[in-house]
Design a protein around this ligand. Structure first.
Ligand SMILES: Nc1nc2c(ncn2[C@@H]2O[C@H](COP(=O)(O)OP(=O)(O)OP(=O)(O)O)[C@@H](O)[C@H]2O)c(=O)[nH]1
Ligand SMILES: [Mg+2]
Length: 331
């Protein structure tokens, strides 16, 4: 039987740090793998990579399906390269995402950016997470940082939980909105506006400019109604087009201003510490949940308890307590 060559942890870590893209890709695959032996190896690699000091900044790009995230990232990526910086893009793998705009696939759409040696583009598996951001995204980010990239961009679909998740792992959140007004504004979840550090209205080319200006005023008004995410930072609303390049440099300037202020006020590290704390809780909760629901005694008892709750024999509280008891009895 022929065995596939499996590089050891040492050579993977040194490959990543030497900037070998193939090794970096491979390591991300290991991190994303569910197999226990891959997980073990991945964690060893991650711990070693964490030890390397990184100066990278992390930016989340979020917005509804088809808002123009991938296309905007391509334009922003080229702007970033113009500033002599390198970047890694972690994009949701469209094959595992049922969003409308992704028929062509993100890789195909970021072709121009992918042609630059300064850019590393990696579709990440959504692995059942809404919006595609999962704790694994954080791990992939750590690997990209060890590889020395200056800027990490994370594309995520702004639905439900995902923006909360992305908020635990990036330093800055750019929310992309379509130029429609009124109806769109009604449809936005408050939560997503609250975590935005800047809003870019996309696709304001062609005959969209009139509607776009109205949308800009409406978003600005909506932002003023929200509690400030940070006392020193008022999110701005930009009119952009990834096709003509309109507003892209302004957005990058805004992001740069933000980081300059965060560093000056020594807030970047503090924010990251808070995020790590939250991420640790999230991962821990997930591990517990997984173990709980997979525990045979719980699996066995759950259906019976569920029936009893539905028939009114047991309250949901007593039912849950019974299941917890079954779980805590384990050895
Ligand atoms: N006119 C115009 N069209 C754009 C612009 N940006 C993106 N588009 C188009 O909008 C569609 C969706 O763009 P994407 O960049 O794939 O959007 P997305 O938000 O990444 O989509 P998902 O990843 O599927 O959620 C594509 O057909 C793009 O060509 C723009 O600035 N102007
Ligand atoms: Mg996309």
């Amino acid at each position: 039987m022929t065995r596939r060559y499996e590089p050891d942890v040492d050579s993977i870590v040194s490959g990543i740090m030497a900037g070998n893209r193939q090794t970096l890709s491979r390591a991300i695959t290991l991190v994303e793998s569910q197999r226990p032996e891959h997980q073990k190896k991945a964690h060893e690699i991650l711990d070693r990579c964490l030890a390397k000091k990184s100066h990278a900044i992390r930016i989340g790009i979020t917005g509804s399906p088809g808002a123009g995230k991938s296309t905007f990232i391509e334009a922003l990526g080229e702007e970033i390269i113009r500033h002599s910086l390198t970047l890694a893009v972690l994009a949701i793998d469209p094959s595992s995402q049922q969003s409308r705009g992704s028929i062509l696939g993100d890789k195909a759409r970021m072709e121009r950016l992918a042609g630059h040696k300064e850019a590393f583009i990696r579709p990440t598996a959504s692995s059942g997470y809404l919006g595609g951001t999962s704790p694994k995204t954080h791990e992939a980010m750590v690997l990209c940082e060890a590889a020395g990239y200056d800027v990490i961009l994370v594309e995520t679909v702004g639905v439900g939980q995902s923006e909360v998740m992305v908020d635990t792992m990036v330093d800055f959140i750019l929310l992309l909105m379509l130029p429609g007004s009124g109806d769109e504004l009604q449809g936005i979840k408050r939560g997503i506006m609250e975590i935005a550090d800047a809003i870019a209205i996309t696709k304001t080319d062609g005959d969209q400019s009139g509607i776009a200006a109205i949308a800009q005023a409406e978003f600005e008004a909506a932002l003023r109604m929200l509690p400030a995410k940070r006392p020193f930072w008022q999110p701005q609303v930009f009119l952009t087009s990834a096709i003509t390049g309109k507003g892209v440099a302004d957005v990058w300037q805004n992001i740069s201003d933000y980081f300059a202020q965060m560093r000056e006020k020594n807030l970047l590290q503090e924010q990251r510490s808070q995020q790590l704390k939250r991420l640790l809780s999230t991962v821990l909760e997930e591990m517990l949940k997984k173990e709980f629901f997979a525990y045979p005694e719980v699996v066995k008892t759950r259906e019976i308890v569920e029936q009893q709750v539905l028939s009114g024999e047991l309250s949901p509280f007593s039912g849950a307590s019974l299941l917890m008891e079954a779980f805590t009895r384990r050895r």
